[in-house]
Design a protein around this ligand. Sequence first.
Ligand SMILES: [Fe+2]
Length: 272
Amino acid sequence: MLEDEFSDIVRKASRGLGLDTPTLASRTGIAASEISAWLKGDGAPSEAEARELAGALQLDPGKLADSALRRWEPHVDAPENVRHHPQNPHPSNGYIFFLEDGKTAALVDPAGDPKNLKRAIASGPYVLRYILITHKHLDHCDATADVAAQFPDAQIVMHKLDVHAIGALGSKALPVRDGDELPFGDAAAIRMLHTPGHTDGSSSYLFKATVFTGDTLFAGSVGGAFGDKTTYADILHSVKTKLFKLDDETVVMPGHGPPSTIGQEKLHNPFF
Ligand SMILES: [Fe+2]
């Protein structure tokens, strides 16, 4: 199931553009009461109404209509060297990925019950080289201290604009910048992409043909704009100028919801 439904997409775009429901109603000719009901997940627009709303919200009309009428979902498997791990009680996604030896590992977003994480990592034996953090929200980093204590040799990687969220450990985080390459194994590297907008320090991490996008890009949607300085426009800009520059075959492993690919997102994400 997709992370965001039609109502979530319309809410994010209207908030991002500063358009309230009465304004949307007057720009589309659709009754405000109808739009309000759809935003609550009550009923759904027709194809024509969805296209009309898309025009007012600077979204893609055909792709928004697909979302309203539930006509698209990606069917992408996680790559072989990537494993998803539970982060309950949070509904967010965490990942561990490996080099070919199956032992050298990196963790994306240490969050949730530390027991789950310890189990996921301890089913190794792994050498955990990196703890990569996509952004400062607690459902993505609230187990950092536990994981760091268990794996003191693992390097924490987090953008400096978000690093305050992990407290004193922030001083140990590698202060990465956009485009930095982290050596991983003999011949591989992890590339950090600064993708601000959801938060100021939001980061994506590219390893081979997989990109971990945190809450910047979801299958069929984007994260909400919660930056202190960065905005909705920044999140769209980050996706267009950083993530959509990757190969179409690149698998997107998001912070919430199912995997997708860059090519699928170009074809189906209503924000682009
Ligand atoms: Fe978030």
